[in-house]
Design a protein around this ligand. Structure first.
Ligand SMILES: [Zn+2]
Length: 502
């Protein structure tokens, strides 16, 4: 019955493209083309299945699974008017699986849609048979829906290890694409339970002085390379406010990040985890700056302009949940300053404030207001990048003014650097991709014992941040985890000697 075959198949494919379109967050033409081929192949494989009885059972199961996938996307779109993100998956997992179910059950229209989707698709799959005569071509067509996701996994699986499990990479181009964000959220949910698992943190050798700073600000920058900072000798004057404070810093000339992407580097900056122990599990993230601060009577505040619901920040979000207060804001990075000013004005003692900014992340051109477009006579990507460094600098300038006469210190660093390739800045597991700024700045009220001013030349990794943080709170005698050889955690999750990087 070839005529009917050609009549219904396009309807089903179009219907599925529409459902894909409303369900998936980012869509490129390539991506949509691939999913069309996958869906076509999936329908085709059902239609040529040779065994009648087994075929009937398989067709029912396959249609049910297909409709389950479609229902997830449709349900999310119905409730949130947006594609299915891992954030939705998380909120369903965290609090309200039942709530979500009851929301859906009160919508008879959507139940009718599900019944229609099942009925219509089952009818087509069970009625029509494939019509490609050449057997080899027929089997080839029927296996594409499996071969394409497999190929994608083999090509991209290992590079993406840090941000995505193999299952999620595979699912991306299958008829079960809506399970991909589900896999992301399940992973974060499990990780959060693991991080919260109580491990015995050995603070027995800890000595707490009474001269810790009243306020410690930790500014975690984004994608800032020291090469583009005049503070580190760049010919363009991109950091005038920080240059002026150079003599008031513990200054690291040769600091490198322990990883090249935010998801891996920030957790190591904020905890005692080092690349060497990464594979021992996430429970070690329990020993982090927030818990350390709490143990010596400090309150911690996490202020961020980075996207809250991003899958690329999952471990960071799990870790910062240990802070006493969490604030996410949208806008240019300076939106965080009034929040800091309010806390400073409160004159509360024993506070740590973390600022996680967008800094110089690509696209750098949209990370600063127009009036900071000071450099605009070179390669535009580099101009934008330098302008973003300049913008962060004036933020630092305002912070220094705010804290100058206080018993306060600032740790400034970037989560990783960027590599400049053909005029473009990219994340990279390379020396250039990790050469970051790091310094500690002191307000006038800081105790002399803690006011360490120096210029450190030795190659150092951000693993020391946990210990510098502790030192400024007056804590000493922690068990050191810093080895002589600087190690590095690559994006494929392998651990290598830093020296071995390009
Ligand atoms: Zn980053």
């Amino acid at each position: 019955m070839p005529s009917k075959w050609y009549l219904f198949l396009p309807v089903i494919v179009l219907l599925n493209i529409l459902l894909y379109y409303i369900s998936v967050e980012i869509k490129f033409i390539e991506e949509i083309s691939i999913i069309i081929i996958v869906l076509f192949s999936f329908f085709y494989s059902l239609s040529i299945f040779p065994y009648r009885k087994v075929g009937a059972v398989i067709t029912v199961l396959a249609t049910l699974i297909l409709v389950l996938n479609q229902s997830i996307g449709l349900g999310i779109y119905y409730i949130y008017s947006s594609p299915f993100t891992y954030g939705h998956g998380l909120s369903i997992l965290n609090s309200n699986v039942k709530e979500f179910g009851s929301m859906l059950s009160t919508m008879p229209a959507i139940v009718l849609v599900y019944l229609f989707l099942f009925g219509f698709q089952y009818y087509v799959f069970s009625t029509f048979k494939g019509s490609v005569r050449n057997k080899f071509l027929s089997y080839f067509l029927a296996s594409l829906w499996f071969l394409i996701p497999l190929g994608n996994l083999l090509l991209k699986g290992s590079n993406l290890m840090a941000v995505e499990s193999r299952t999620a990479v595979f699912l991306r181009f299958t008829p079960l694409y809506n399970f991909r964000p589900m896999v992301h959220s399940l992973a974060e949910y499990e990780e959060s339970k693991e991080i919260n698992r109580n491990i015995n943190i050995d603070y027995s050798k800890m000595v707490v002085g009474d001269d810790g700073v009243d306020l410690l600000v930790v500014l975690v920058g984004e994608s800032a390379r020291r090469q583009n900072m005049s503070l580190y000798g760049y010919e363009r004057s991109t950091t005038p406010f920080q240059d002026a404070e150079r003599s008031n810093m513990l200054f690291y000339k040769n600091m490198v990040s322990s990883a090249g992407i935010t998801l891996l580097s920030v957790p190591m900056i904020l905890s005692k985890m080092v690349p060497e122990t990464y594979h021992e599990g996430k429970a070690q993230l329990n020993d982090n700056v927030f818990n350390l601060a709490k143990s010596v009577g400090y309150k911690s505040y996490w202020l961020s302009t980075q996207e809250k619901g991003s899958h690329y920040l999952s471990t960071v979000n799990n870790l910062v949940s240990f802070a006493d207060s969490l604030v996410w804001m949208t806008g240019y990075d300076e939106v965080l300053l009034p929040e800091v000013a309010n806390l400073v004005k409160s004159d509360r003692k024993k506070m740590t404030i973390f600022m996680h900014i967008n800094g110089s992340h690509s696209n750098a051109c949209d990370k600063y207001p127009k009036e900071f477009a000071s450099f605009n006579n070179g390669i535009s990507e580099i101009d934008c990048y330098d302008n973003s460094i300049l913008y962060t600098d004036q933020l630092m300038g305002q912070l220094f003014t705010m804290l100058k006469d206080k018993n306060a210190a600032v740790i400034f660093l970037s989560d990783h650097a960027e590599k400049l390739v053909n005029g473009r800045f990219i994340h990279s597991d390379s020396k250039e991709g990790t050469e970051i700024p790091y310094y500690i700045w002191y307000g006038e009220g800081v105790n002399e014992r803690l006011r360490l001013i120096d210029s450190v030349k030795a190659l150092t990794s951000t693993n020391i941040n946990y210990f510098q943080f502790a030192r400024l709170l007056g804590v000493e005698g922690l068990n050191s985890v810093i080895s002589d050889k600087v190690m590095y955690l690559r994006s494929d999750l392998s651990v290598v000697a830093y020296d071995s990087l390009d």
